[in-house]
Structure formats: structure tokens, C-alpha cells
Design a protein around this ligand. Structure first.
Ligand code: GDP
Ligand code: IMO
Ligand code: MG
Length: 409
């Protein structure tokens, strides 16, 4: 059986924490899209691990992890990450595999990524990790895949500087290289986790284009990037925060604004420690956007939702969520494609009474205060999707599971 874990907002929803939590009962974890633009945090026994390319299951001893076919991999960054993990006491040897169909990021692509963002008409605020350039080369049929490193004729035809960068990695990664479809097809009876990167609204097709990343970060990408056919994806979880965040540029309909919301942005940013894992940039913060979340439920066909960061609201008298959009004086209940329309949105807010107590020690749904349960029930009803995992803190153990995810239903 497999479970795909997908970001339901603009990334940083807590996917790393949830994948790590579920990984205790998993055999293999596969990252299926994106590259070193991702920053997934796992906190276990007071140690913080920051993962960019390596799947979050790696922290548990003996788990196998795979960098999937939909990824764009910077091999230098990957070995740096492995070395930091080793320094933190994680034994990664023999457990890391790379799809032979994944594409490779070259140093010059990172430079071009930074340069082109400076000069483009609508700067995106990329992470500068060469992601857009590598995916563009892939779509233009000019990319370099892992398998190509071992195709002598192709490899010898590469420019000298590309070979100089790639040469040291050819032998070094060769024991890790696999045919991902073959590897996973033979293990479909085992427990496989498919780890998403970025989030639904950063997806190249269904996100807030052009203010998106370049990979396929929705649930369909789990199939594309793992080589498991769509009929064999068993369960899809959508991870979202009790509020919204976004890093970089682009529309954000429910973003806090100081004139209307006072110091709410600062408060949420500090309580939620909302600073980027990859770039350290302060994240933009806003109300939970239920219009966008409903859209994410549809585009991903989530089986269930995973709520994180609800503890950030512990001391609030009252919390609000966006339940509709007003655009040019008209009520709109769906998530529009037009950036112009998204930029004009006035969020329709609904307020909920706070619970004024700490959730961080709650371990069962029944232990949650009534007002927290009401907030959860409203989201479930609005989106038509059950909330089966609730995270009440960044530690592995601060997790409430209402239904075992490995039981097929
Ligand atoms: P990802 O990219 O989706 O894996 O998320 P990030 O790791 O970029 O950002 C999530 C941040 O929130 C990390 O610092 C996590 O340690 C932290 N986090 C995860 N779940 C919770 C939660 O339920 N409550 C709080 N307060 N922090 C959380
Ligand atoms: P995780 O997996 C949040 C954002 C960047 C930028 C845009 C394009 O940690 O949730 P890129 O470098 O990909 O070309 O940048 O996408 N972005 C993310 N924001 N979380 C992420 O990943 C992100 N990956 C990319 O900030 O706005
Ligand atoms: Mg992140």
C-alpha cells in the first residue's frame, strides 16, 4: 500500500513532519518532485533535521529512500546534505537511491536562475536553486538525466565544464542508481510513502502561474514522479496549516494586512517560526483560505486532510478564516486562474471563538477543547473532506491520529 503526502497550500505546510511521523511504519519513502528548493523540517528527540533533496524518512534507521523521476537533482547539494545528516548521527549508507530518469541541475543553471529572476517582467522570487532552468531544459528535450551519465556517446559530447562538474559523481552515485518503476513495482505490497514537495498552489499547471515552481507538486505528480501508475496510488493526504503562508512573490488573497489586521502578521510569524528553511526569508502570513483549500481538495482528490500549526492559535481570543472572495463587488466561491482577479480579492472572513489553552500536550482528538473541535468540524464541512491527522507542535510526538492511515477503506 502507498500513501502520497501533498502540500495543500503554498508549501511549508509541515509535510516533512508528517512524512517523518508516518515513516515509522513505512518501508520506502520516495520524493517525487522538485529539488533543493524544498526545505522539509523534522524535529525528533530535540534534534532538528533540515532536508532539501533527501526524503524525510531517512531519519529512521534502515528506511530506504528514493529520489524520484520527477525530481531535479543538484548532486553537489545532495552530498552536502548527506554529510550534514551523517554529522547529525543519521546512518544513510546503502539506503539512498536515485531514479535513473531524474534530471540533473548544473552550477550554471543556478546562476541563470538567479539572473533571469532579476530581469523577468514578473519576478517570482525563486530560491535560486536552478529549478526553473532545469525543468525548462527537460521540457525542451535538452536536459541531462542520471541515466545519461552512463551513456558514453552522449556523455562525451557534453561541454567540458559540464563534464568537469559531473565526472566525480559518476562513480560515486552509481551504486545508488535504480530503475524506479521496476524497484517500486516489485514492492507494491509493502508500505510506500510518496513525499510531495512545494504545494498545490505552486504547481506548474494548477498553481498561481507564473508565481509557481516548475514541477508537478499536486497528487498527480506522485504518479508521474514515482513511476507508479495512477490506479496504484492508494491514499492521498493533503497537509495544510491552520493559517496560510507564502514565500516569494505572487497573489495571496487572504494575506494579513496591517491596516485591517494590526500586528497579526508579526504575531503569527513569530509564534509559528515562519522563516524559510532554504533561504531564511520571512514568510508572508495570512488567514486560512478555505476557498483555496477546497480547490486543493478537488484538484488532488484528497482522501483526508492533515491540519498542522493549530497550536499557533492557542492564546487567541478569536480566530478567523477566509470563507469566500469578493472581486469587484461580486461574491466568488471558487479559486480563479487570473492573477489580476486574485490580486483584487477582498477576503470574506468568518470568525471563530479561540480556546485559550495549550494544545501541545493533547494526544487524542477527545482531549482537544470544544472550540478547537468546532474549528476543525467547520473546515471538514466546508471542504467535504475528513481531517484525520492533527499536528499540535513540531515534535514528532505532538501528533493526533484519528484514523490509522495504513488501513485501506
Ligand atoms: P514542509 O516544507 O512542508 O516540510 O514544512 P517546513 O519544514 O518548511 O515548515 C514547517 C515548519 O513548521 C517547520 O519548522 C516545522 O518544524 C514546523 N511544524 C510542523 N508542524 C507543526 C505544528 O503542528 N505546529 C508548529 N508550531 N510547528 C510545526
Ligand atoms: P517545500 O517543499 C515554499 C517558492 C519560492 C518561489 C517559487 C519559485 O519546502 O514546501 P523555485 O526556486 O522553485 O523556482 O521558486 O516557489 N517555493 C517554495 N515555497 N516551500 C517550498 O518547498 C518551495 N519551493 C519553492 O519561494 O516563490
Ligand atoms: Mg518547506
Amino acid at each position: 500500500m502507498n500513501i502520497a503526502v501533498i502540500g495543500a497550500q503554498w508549501g511549508d505546510e509541515g509535510k516533512g513532519k508528517i512524512v517523518d511521523y508516518l515513516a515509522s511504519e513505512t518501508d520506502v519513502v520516495v520524493r517525487f518532485s522538485g529539488g533543493a528548493n524544498a526545505g522539509h523540517t523534522v524535529v525528533a528527540e530535540n534534534v532538528t533535521y533540515k532536508l532539501h533533496l533527501i526524503p524525510s524518512g531517512i531519519i529512521y534507521p534502515g528506511k530506504q529512500v528514493v529520489l524520484g523521476a520527477g525530481m531535479v537533482i543538484d548532486l553537489e547539494a545532495m552530498f552536502e546534505e548527506l554529510s550534514i545528516l551523517e554529522q547529525q548521527g543519521v546512518d544513510t549508507s546503502g539506503n539512498v537511491f536515485i531514479s535513473d530518469r531524474a534530471h540533473l541541475v548544473l552550477p550554471s543553471y543556478k546562476e541563470r536562475d538567479k539572473e533571469s529572476d532579476k530581469t523577468r517582467k514578473r519576478p517570482i522570487g525563486t530560491t535560486g536553486r536552478g529549478i526553473g532552468i532545469t525543468y525548462a531544459r527537460k521540457a525542451g528535450r535538452e536536459g541531462i538525466r542520471v541515466a545519461d551519465l552512463y551513456d558514453t556517446e552522449f556523455y562525451n559530447g557534453l561541454p567540458k565544464e559540464d563534464k568537469a562538474f559531473l565526472d566525480p559523481f559518476r562513480e560515486r552515485i552509481s551504486p545508488m542508481v535504480i530503475d524506479i518503476t521496476d524497484f517500486l513495482y516489485n514492492r507494491l505490497g509493502e508500505r510506500i510513502l510518496l513525499e510531495g514537495a512545494q504545494g498545490t498552489l505552486l504547481d506548474i499547471d494548477h498553481g498561481t502561474y507564473p508565481y509557481v515552481s516548475s514541477g508537478c507538486s499536486i497528487a498527480a505528480g506522485a504518479s508521474i514522479g514515482s513511476g507508479i501508475g495512477p490506479k496504484h496510488i492508494d491514499r492521498i493526504l493533503g497537509v495544510f496549516k491552520a493559517y496560510s503562508t507564502r514565500v516569494g512573490n505572487g497573489p495571496f488573497p487572504s494575506e494579513f494586512n496591517d491596516a485591517r489586521d494590526g500586528s497579526l502578521c508579526e504575531t503569527v510569524r513569530e509564534l509559528g517560526r515562519e522563516y524559510g528553511v532554504t533561504t531564511g526569508r520571512p514568510r508572508r502570513c495570512g488567514y486560512l483560505d478555505l476557498v483555496a483549500l477546497k480547490y486543493a481538495c478537488r484538484v488532488n482528490s484528497f482522501d483526508s486532510l492533515v491540519l498542522t500549526h493549530i497550536d499557533v492559535y492557542d492564546e487567541f481570543e478569536e480566530i478567523s478564516a477566509c470563507v469566500g472572495y469578493e472581486i469587484d463587488g461580486k461574491r466568488v466561491d471558487r479559486f480563479p486562474a487570473s492573477i489580476g482577479s486574485l490580486n483584487k480579492v477582498k477576503p470574506v472572513l468568518k470568525s471563530f471563538p479561540g480556546w485559550k489553552s495549550s494544545l501541545s500536550d493533547c494526544r487524542t482528538y477527545d482531549e482537544l477543547p470544544e472550540n478547537a473541535k468546532k474549528y476543525i468540524a467547520f473546515i471538514e464541512e466546508f471542504t467535504g473532506t475528513a481531517m484525520e491527522i492533527i499536528s499540535v507542535g513540531y515534535e514528532r510526538r505532538q501528533t493526533i491520529v484519528r484514523k490509522d492511515q495504513w488501513t485501506k477503506s
